[in-house]
Design a binder for this molecule. Structure first.
Ligand code: F0G
Length: 458
């Protein structure tokens, strides 16, 4: 059969014009932003690949849903639609909406963690780990070694290493481990999926010891698509079926609906445990709002319910992840060092390989994100030593093995031509990499420093 290309399963109804600054203006903008792409004005950005969080395009169905917002303080119709969707599509019994993912992380950490506990997880995520620590726990990375190697082609780099998990249980005792934190997909490893085979094994081991699984399901549908593509035995299952199968192996879930679920704001905590539900419903009124809106407008919950259903359609994921893979392939063909295999929500540049002349104390990934912006107005995000923060006990920098710059692709927003432009710019920055010098940090916030830290050129 002759090759048939695929295309996006939608057409464009509304456009948002882009602005492009001159190189001189970009040089000034990044300097004024303290060489931190989080501190740039969005209007000064040409193609915005900072994050896929809250940046996706909603469908006409979702926008129509916004008009059906029931803005009652209590008992909004949209809450019940969302609750039914979470039960039917995701398979969790109880729902507590929140304004975004970290609010759900805050609550589940407070509810399940006692001071002195340990939380094993498949690599850390910035906000997730901070909430675990603030609740009194120590995070322990139990992801497979392959996840820390940008060149390993292992297809399920999100998997948990069962030996590492067992070793932690043996060392600290199961009663000091309230739950395993399991993310689908693993953001900091490069958007890498877990396999169902591994999750089943983790489930078996944890159940034996009475340890729960908290599922960070922020990109679960993307993970499900990768399982369908790569894990033996799942080729004939739909993304929707695989999503449910994953969720049914876990006890609680935190969701940032700003990713998979195709909304600009929203999240939730879901659980199958009636007692955890009771506590979360009580806690949400302190931090977020009543348990039937959790910091969201009714219209936001409606858009989320519709977005969740759209997110588990095979055709949607094929185009979404297909676009990410397209960009990855362009860079691989040009010999640019990126995390392999290409993950689901972005392409991750290996800043250590770009700049062998820089030590991690000179912030190679922060430098690369700034250089890319200056070259073309493309905004990316540092995911290296700045994001990893400091060790809570020693106060020293954490030095992650992965020093990455993330080109994160919003869903349904940019075209293949935008991807071509991004690739051309990355290739040019790579060709000039020898000339780059690093940065020094001149302002460091106490929490989640990557968001607001400022730098100067060395
Ligand atoms: N978990 C994962 C895996 C995430 O990627 C994020 C957010 C969160 C939790 C927190 O959710 O932002 O709604 O509070 N990630 C964004 C990103 C910020 O750019 O990767 P939130």
């Amino acid at each position: 059969m002759k090759k048939r290309s695929w295309a996006e399963p939608y057409k464009i109804k509304m456009v948002e014009p882009l602005k492009m600054l001159s190189k001189q203006e970009r040089l000034k903008a990044i300097k004024d932003a303290g060489y931190n792409t989080f501190l740039l004005r969005s209007e000064d950005v040409y193609i915005d690949l900072l994050t896929d969080s809250g940046t996706s395009a909603m469908s006409d169905r979702q926008w129509a849903g916004m008009m059906l917002g029931d803005e009652a303080y209590a008992g909004s119709r949209n809450f019940y639609h969302l609750e039914e969707t979470v039960q039917n599509v995701y398979g969790y019994k109880h729902l507590v909406p929140t304004h975004q993912g970290r609010a759900a992380e805050h609550m589940i950490s407070k509810i399940l963690i006692k001071k002195g506990d340990f939380i094993p997880g498949n690599m850390y995520f910035t906000t997730t780990k901070l909430h675990q620590e603030m609740a009194g726990a120590k995070f322990v990375d139990v992801i497979v070694d392959e996840a820390h190697d940008p060149n390993s082609e292992y297809p399920f780099k999100g998997d948990i290493d069962l030996n590492k998990l067992q070793a932690l249980i043996d060392k600290v005792g199961a009663d000091k481990i309230p739950y395993v934190a399991m993310a689908t997909t693993v953001n900091m490893a490069g958007g890498q999926p877990i396999s169902l085979g591994n999750l089943k094994a983790v489930r078996e081991l944890t159940q034996k010891h009475g340890i729960d699984i908290v599922h960070d399901m922020t990109r679960v549908a993307e993970n499900a698509y990768m399982i369908q593509q790569k894990e033996a035995g799942y080729q004939d299952k739909t993304v929707a079926e695989i999503v449910k199968e994953i969720n049914l192996l876990t006890d609680h879930a935190t969701m940032s609906a700003k990713k998979d679920a195709l909304v600009n704001i929203g999240g939730f905590l879901a659980t199958n445990d009636p007692e955890v539900f009771q506590e979360a419903r009580n806690m949400v009124v302190v931090y977020e709002g009543l348990h039937t809106y959790g910091g969201l407008a009714g219209r936001d919950m409606e858009a989320m319910a519709i977005g969740i259903k759209e997110s588990v359609a095979d055709g949607h994921q094929r185009a979404r992840i297909g676009q990410v893979q397209y960009l990855g392939d362009l860079l691989l063909k040009a010999g640019v060092p990126i995390v392999k295999p290409v993950g689901t929500h972005g392409v991750f540049l290996d800043a250590k390989a770009f700049y062998p002349q820089l030590t991690q104390d000179e912030f190679p990934a922060q430098t690369l994100a700034a250089e890319l912006y200056v070259d073309s107005g493309v905004r990316a995000m540092e995911r290296g030593v700045v994001s990893a923060g400091r060790n809570a006990e020693t106060g020293k920098h954490n030095y992650p093995k992965l020093e990455l710059v993330r080109l994160t692709i919003p869903r349904r927003v940019y075209t293949q031509a935008h991807m071509d432009v991004v690739a051309e710019s990355v290739i040019e920055v790579y060709e000039k990499a020898k000339e780059a010098s690093g940065l020094k940090m001149v302002y460091e916030p106490k929490y989640l420093r990557f968001f607001q830290a400022r730098f100067e050129k060395l």
